[in-house]
Design a protein around this ligand. Structure first.
Ligand SMILES: *Cc1c(COP(=O)(O)O)cnc(C)c1O
Length: 397
């Protein structure tokens, strides 16, 4: 384990908790608390509105964007932070459609996160034109990329199954037919190596509260290939995307830089939390992270299949086709997950029957994996999940 990326001491995780849900909400990095305290009491508290200039609040979206860029193989000034991922999907997709004005088909897959598909449907409605959203099965995506397609909009790692799309190959095919690529990296950023520059992809978006541990509601990111930035006509033309926001001109003129994909006032407290959370990543080798992640996932699959034969693996068995999560199907998966959570093993559940476990080698190791499977095995053997308290469905699963 000498080269492992394990660094749990940098996180505030309650004792006796095995947290296998960092793919949904990352835990609190220790440095965040002090940073946010300081921003509140020293910056907001003492400087008030002077903070915008004296504390570089206005530069946060690009400063933090450059830090995220490093983690996804993007060059400086190609990533900007703000809003939530759903908004960034809308921005990227509308910009992509404008770059390909003669075509009308948005291609996506049924493994995409519903919000991405909803944003596409909503955008099509507002465009009031003959656009259509074509949704195919994940395994049929490559064949469906043809010269009718304007934009290929995909999430690289399927939120339910962990299935991993080949970003480089699909982007290549997309470009061969003259289409534009929009990649959602929600379950990729901080989970596996991504090289946006090498992939040549056109747009990428993602959130920062999952594997990047930026905290609930942390701002999203949007990437645009540098040569495209000046060609984008932003659909959400907010004042902070203007070339001269404080000139207060009556008409919109986009900023020359990636700043044109900013919209309104940045969430300074959240952005500060994220900035501090990113310190954890300064010395993480992404190839090592991927190796550690694969080892944890393989161990988990092997142990669960051996000891809990009632559960069915729904993630790809081949590690090269899987992100950093493992999902098992079981008809009463919701109740089993509640019983796990009650015993300090936190994963989550996705309808109709999927138990989802995220593996985050920064703070999860093999001992945790074996301990989690011990508890799961016990729950399956005793059928304790049948108890009524585990059947109550909460609003957030
Ligand atoms: C988590 C996730 C979202 C969530 O979007 P928000 O606007 O941040 O709520 C959207 N798309 C994908 C693919 C996700 O995994």
């Amino acid at each position: 384990m000498a080269d492992s990326v394990y660094r749990k001491h940098l996180f505030d995780i309650p004792d006796n908790l095995i947290y296998l849900d960092g793919n949904s909400l990352g835990p609190l990095p220790t440095a965040v608390t002090a940073r946010v305290d300081n921003v509140m009491s020293e910056q907001w508290g003492k400087k008030l509105i002077k903070g915008w200039n004296e504390c570089q609040w206005m530069q946060q979206p690009s400063h933090v964007g450059d830090r995220v860029a490093k983690l996804i193989g993007a060059t400086p000034s190609s990533v900007i932070m703000g809003d939530t991922l759903s908004i960034k999907v809308f921005q990227a997709l509308s910009a992509a459609l404008q770059l390909n004005p003669d075509r009308r088909v948005i291609l996506s897959d049924s493994g995409n996160f519903p919000s991405d598909l909803y944003m596409a449907q909503g955008l099509i409605d507002t465009l009031n034109s003959d656009y259509s959203l074509k949704v195919v099965a994940p395994e049929d995506v490559v064949d469906a990329i043809d010269d009718t397609v304007a934009v290929v909009m995909l999430t690289q790692v399927d939120y339910r199954t962990g299935r991993l799309h080949d970003l480089n190959t699909i982007t290549q095919k997309t470009h061969q037919v003259g289409a534009i690529s929009v990649w959602d990296l929600a379950h990729s950023a901080g989970a596996l190596p991504v090289n946006l520059t090498q992939s040549q992809c056109d747009f990428a978006v993602g959130c920062t509260y999952k594997y990047l541990n930026g905290g609930p509601g942390a701002p999203a990111f949007i990437y645009t290939r540098p040569d495209l930035i000046s060609l984008i006509a932003p659909a959400l033309a907010g004042w902070l995307g203007h070339d001269a926001p404080f000139a207060f001109e009556p008409n919109y003129r986009p900023a020359a830089s990636i700043d044109r994909l900013r919209v309104g006032t940045p969430p300074v407290l959240q952005m500060s939390a994220l900035d501090a959370a990113l310190d954890v990543w300064d010395t993480v080798d992404m190839q090592q992270l991927r190796m550690d992640s694969i080892n944890l996932c393989e161990l988990f699959i092997e142990q669960v299949e051996h000891r809990c034969p009632e559960l069915t693996l729904v993630s790809p068995r081949n590690a090269a086709q899987r992100g950093s999560q493992v999902s098992f199907a079981f008809e009463q998966g919701y109740a089993v997950m509640q019983a796990l959570i009650a015993r300090g093993v936190i994963g989550d559940f996705r309808a109709p029957n999927i138990m989802r476990f995220g593996f985050t080698p920064l703070y999860i190791n093999k001992v945790d994996v074996v301990a989690a499977v011990n508890i799961l095995e016990e729950i399956m053997l005793t059928q304790v999940w049948k108890e009524p308290q585990y059947q109550v469905v909460s609003a957030v699963t």
